[in-house]
Design a protein around this ligand. Structure first.
Ligand SMILES: Cc1ncc(COP(=O)(O)O)c(C=O)c1O
Length: 393
């Protein structure tokens, strides 16, 4: 067998890749597993999406190739959704692109813009696909550590000039995975201005735009003046509509950047199943009936999780967005060791901060993907495991 490429070999381990197998093994041992690992809720998809899928399945034309254009009403529904939600107009043909989940588009965009010698600034901890896309393009990721010191924001002033000079892409994601931080508008305005000055493409990952609490309403980057010249924004049906497995997302932006991604994708895929695109359109159109109630469920889980983890001895903030708690560990307890012990001794799956890059060390991530009583049970077990680790230290 030939050796895999250097590009391939440079990929780090993917944080969730080993979890399903480990979970199976624990269940096979009769352990009552509470899985707080992936951002993948146990909640149902919108009934409107399921009805639309059933209807679309009966139509033979839906079973044919979608190609890049896809089921055009899905593009129109995306455009209408962006208008309703953010007051922004995007042409459904040239400024919208449906994706096989936003992950796919985020990974592939890098191949259209990066090459050897280029730099992409990636948040660390962060969604590892930013690093993956960069490495697969043979460019160099510059990991900026997201820490409480900067409210988990990237401070471009701290990045060396020689790195900025080679930077072509900047990945930002707020509400953030995994830290659950949100970005103030003036911060976003400053970043847009700097990207314009330096000719950097701002890749704004807005997968959690709808999961926000206590009255906070996350913006689109395109609400910021000048962003159309420098940014592309990614969205997903996964978290908002409990449709992670359906693999439906989209990007919006100016025709040049959206067109580049569309052209790249003509060599990679032939569009998602059009019946699923029809269902995606129905989900988007059901925002008002579905999303506020769904967010209320997440908010209840967040409140239960925050209270329970605090009671179990952890210091944690109550996040304004996303579906995670990013919980600090006491000095000297490694996140890998804690997560491994919690899984093996407590049957609770959480993600160690270090699995999101070295900058995530000292924290672990909990997802609000189970009901409050299971959350409380998980926190209780986590407290026990932490106490045992501190005794043995
Ligand atoms: C920050 C972020 N972006 C994008 C995605 C990808 O979502 P999907 O590919 O399901 O649309 C995720 C999923 O966890 C995420 O956390």
């Amino acid at each position: 067998m030939p050796r895999p490429s250097h590009r391939f070999q440079s990929l780090p381990p993917y944080p969730l890749a080993h979890v399903p197998l480990k979970k199976r093994a624990l269940i096979a041992r009769g352990i009552d597993v509470i899985d707080l690992g992936a951002g993948d809720a146990d909640l149902p998809a919108p009934p409107a999406a399921i009805d639309a899928l059933n209807r679309a399945l009966e139509i033979p034309a839906m079973h044919r190739y979608g190609f890049g254009l896809g089921h055009f009403p899905f593009r129109e529904a995306i455009s209408a959704w962006m208008q309703r939600r953010f007051g922004l107009a995007f042409d459904p043909t040239t400024e919208v692109i449906p994706l096989l989940g936003s992950k796919e588009g985020i990974a592939h965009l890098a191949l259209a813009y990066l090459e050897k010698g280029d730099v992409a600034i990636v948040p660390e901890p962060g969604y590892l696909v930013y690093t993956g896309g960069t490495l697969l393009s043979e460019a160099t990721p510059y990991a900026y550590p997201l820490r409480p010191r900067t409210n988990f924001l990237i401070d471009l002033d701290e990045i060396p000039e020689d790195v900025l000079r080679r930077t072509k892409l900047l990945y930002l994601n707020y509400p953030n995975n995994p830290t659950a931080a949100v970005a103030p508008r003036d911060y976003l305005a400053d970043v847009v201005r700097r990207c314009r000055d330096r000719d950097i493409l701002l890749v704004y990952d807005n997968a959690y735009s709808e999961l926000a609490y206590d009255g906070y309403v996350p913006p689109s980057i395109f609400e910021i003046e000048g962003a159309r010249e420098v940014a592309i924004e990614f969205h997903s049906l996964s978290k908002t509509y409990n449709m992670t497995g359906w693999r439906q997302g989209w990007a919006v932006g100016n025709p040049t950047v959206v067109g580049a991604l569309a052209r790249l994708k003509t060599f990679v895929d032939t569009g998602s199943f059009m019946a699923i695109q029809a269902a995606g359109a129905a989900a988007l159109e059901s925002w008002a009936e579905f999303v506020p109630k769904n967010v209320a469920v997440f908010q209840e889980r967040r409140d239960a999780a925050v209270a329970a983890f605090r009671e179990a001895g952890f210091a944690c903030e109550s996040p304004k967005g996303a579906m995670y708690l990013w919980i600090p560990l006491p000095e000297g307890v490694s996140s890998d060791e804690f997560a491994t012990r919690l899984m093996e001794d407590g049957g609770v799956i959480v993600l160690p901060g270090a699995s999101f890059g070295a900058g995530g060390e000292g924290f672990f991530r909990v997802s609000f993907i189970v009901p409050p009583e299971r959350m409380r049970e998980a926190a209780h077990r986590a407290g026990r495991v932490l106490a045992s680790l501190q005794v043995s230290a």
